[in-house]
Design a protein around this ligand. Structure first.
Ligand code: NAP
Length: 301
């Protein structure tokens, strides 16, 4: 089938596009800079212009039968007032214009839209969280709630819609692991804050496989947590990093230092959620990397 993908050139996108092509699907990307986006993707992919602030013509979807929506302003940056606005608007307005175009186009039967486990809020301690758990009430939780609500409006047009709530996606090329690696490689890594906050991580290969699995299983609707089955505490995560790199990982970073360096965004590291992939496992998805040690061995080899 023809699949339109937003955010295809980012951290998750190229691997997903590869998988789609490998499964025989046609891919059409929706991007702010089509040429730049296509230059990062295999031959044969086509593209149309898409941004959150401009109404999207249904023609831009190029008769796609399915849409995967990954685009959004990066969250891992200092949360100034302007950055918070961009994080919120790129997701809420971006999803709104996309869903409107999908409804008008009439060709789309399947919609998979990204969200984040930030949906559950940052202060849930060791509470096991599944897709049925209640949302949190902080900046990211409210962004995720509004973003998901826009995506779910696609169902009004009979489009089977799933929300993939991403955990901390691990790969040295980008995301959180890329930022953590330099201090850990120097032996200057360690737990942050209390170290008791949970890290719901997922190997990027598993995350991309699971998004594809969800897309190809239209009976899977609503939220799906994209996290490995065995989340760990921040202290356990630091220990596993040290072990995988053969470096000490005992340099504790106190909360106040992280807050001074990163501002409010430090919450991403100081708070956490213990999220379980209940729906994915019920739907029959098998994780290649259910355990952190093996995932890090593979990623940092
Ligand atoms: N990676 C993670 O650990 C993680 C965790 C939780 C949630 N997520 C969510 O999962 C989705 C995919 O993750 P990712 O890591 O692949 O994302 P990413 O690389 O940060 O960004 C994906 C794409 O979003 C588009 N984009 C960036 N800023 C934008 C803006 N201001 N307005 C509109 N579009 C913008 C860009 O596409 P174009 O330049 O082609 O337009 C970019 O390639 C994102 O929505 C992300 O928030 C990821």
């Amino acid at each position: 089938m023809k699949v339109a993908v937003t955010g295809a050139s980012g951290f998750m996108g190229p691997g997903l596009v590869q998988r789609l092509l490998g499964r025989g699907h046609d891919v059409h990307v929706l991007a702010r800079n089509i040429e730049q986006s296509l230059s990062r993707l295999p031959e044969g992919v086509t593209g149309s212009y898409f941004d959150a602030a401009t109404p999207l013509s249904p023609d831009a979807l190029a008769d796609a039968e399915a849409v995967v929506h990954l685009a959004g302003e990066p969250v891992g940056q200092r949360w100034t007032k302007e950055a918070k606005h961009r994080i919120h608007e790129s997701r809420v307005m971006g999803t709104r214009v996309l869903v409107r175009a999908m409804k008008e186009a009439g060709t789309v039967k399947r919609f998979v839209s990204a969200s984040a486990i930030g949906f559950y809020g940052g202060t849930r301690g060791a509470e096991p969280l599944t897709e049925e758990s209640s949302p949190g009430d902080d900046f990211l939780a409210n962004v995720c709630r509004a973003w998901e609500a826009e995506a779910m409006l696609a169902r009004e047009a009979g489009i089977r819609t799933a929300i993939v709530r991403m955990g901390m996606v691990l790969h040295p090329e980008g995301g959180a692991l890329h930022k953590m690696l330099p201090p850990f490689r120097m032996g200057a890594g360690g737990p942050v804050g209390t170290g008791k906050q949970y890290v719901s991580w997922v190997h990027r290969e598993d995350a991309q496989d699971l998004v594809l699995y969800v897309l190809e299983h239209p009976e899977v609707e609503g939220p799906v947590n994209v996290t490995a089955p065995n989340p760990v505490t921040n202290a356990e995560f630091a220990h596993a990093m040290g072990h995988a790199l053969g470096r000490p990982a005992v340099m504790h970073v106190p909360a106040f230092m992280l807050k001074a360096a990163m501002g409010e965004m430090a919450k991403l590291a100081l708070e956490g959620q213990r999220v379980l992939p209940k729906r994915a496992q019920e739907a029959g998805f098998t994780f290649r990397y259910p355990e952190l040690e093996a995932a890090l061995r593979d990623l940092l080899a």
